[in-house]
Write a protein that binds this ligand. Structure first.
Ligand SMILES: Nc1ncnc2c1ncn2[C@@H]1O[C@H](COP(=O)(O)OP(=O)(O)O)[C@@H](O)[C@H]1O
Ligand SMILES: [Mg+2]
Length: 271
């Protein structure tokens, strides 16, 4: 049986947009849905996903029932050719053995990150609802408040599609831009972001999805190695109404990214 995993890359050329938080939550959502998941951390500098999973492993070793992905960190060294080879080997094996490969990337334009992006079937780009974050996707003319041209990250995504086509692979990537840390306030800024992202989505071909609201809980979960999906009995963190709402947001996100289908497919394969 050749499972040929789907490859999800979480990327944005900017740090602090929620890539690792989203990667971790997607990984656990997929695992809980029954998919087998390999995570790969390409962010050597921060290694947030690796550390998040180490915290989770420590907790699991203390007797908490927690689902774990298979994980590999592939940090860049000063030998780019060897790094590429290592990454391709990890990816090849993961692809054959799992339903989903989830790759977390650094907030910088690194060759290894570009290579990771070039393998994406699904690219998820979390973005804070701010013009500063939008700037890596598109230049906005301050006078007209219109998009003047795509920016460096959008161009990088475009270039990696070419790389993929050159390898003779399907160049179609489902690209989702996820609005993260949405504030319940900021109505005007939200509307403006919505308008500009809508315009940009048509122009450069991504799908805009609502992500996660701004909630303190995301910052608290890291050290515990937990996600929203692990809260409740035995976790030491009681579920509040805000957590229930956050879980619903996450479920909606998984649906909007088309990942519910992915879980259903993996169930069909293993049945
Ligand atoms: N929806 C959210 N609400 C509140 N804090 C968030 C949210 N998403 C991410 N964060 C916090 O923002 C910071 C950056 O998130 P992280 O996932 O490390 O981003 P990146 O991987 O893009 O650098 C972390 O402190 C994280 O806990
Ligand atoms: Mg990160």
């Amino acid at each position: 049986m050749n499972r040929k995993a789907r490859i999800i890359v979480v990327g944005n050329e900017k740090g602090g947009t929620g890539k690792s938080t989203v990667a971790m939550h997607l990984a656990v959502s997929l695992l809980q849905g029954g998919a087998s998941v390999q995570t790969i951390d390409l962010d050597a500098r921060q290694a947030t996903l690796t550390r998040y999973l180490e915290n989770r492993r420590r907790r699991a070793d203390r007797g908490h029932a927690l689902c774990m992905p298979e994980h590999a960190a592939v940090p860049p060294t000063d030998d780019p050719a060897a790094d590429e080879k290592r990454f391709e080997e990890v990816l090849e094996r993961a692809r054959a053995e799992h339903d989903v490969v989830l790759i977390d990337t650094p907030g910088s334009n690194h060759p290894l990150s570009r290579l990771g992006h070039s393998h994406a079937d699904i690219l998820v780009t979390p973005l804070n609802d701010s013009f500063i974050d939008l700037d890596v996707l598109a230049k906005v003319d301050p006078d007209t408040q219109k998009i003047s041209r795509p920016s460096h990250y959008s161009e990088m995504v475009w270039d990696t599609k070419k790389l993929r086509a050159m390898r003779g692979e399907r160049a179609v990537v489902e690209w989702f831009v996820l609005r993260n840390r949405l504030s319940p306030l900021d109505a005007r800024n939200k509307r403006e972001m919505e308008r500009l992202l809508g315009e940009l989505a048509k122009r450069i071909g991504f799908c805009m999805v609502s992500g996660l609201c701004e909630r303190v809980i995301y910052r608290e979960l890291f050290l515990e190695g937990l996600t929203l999906l692990d809260l409740g009995e035995g976790s030491g963190i009681e579920m509040s109404l805000s957590h229930v709402a956050a879980r619903q947001e996450l479920r909606r996100l998984v649906e909007n990214l088309g990942l519910t289908r992915l879980v259903a497919d993996s169930e069909a394969i293993t049945a």
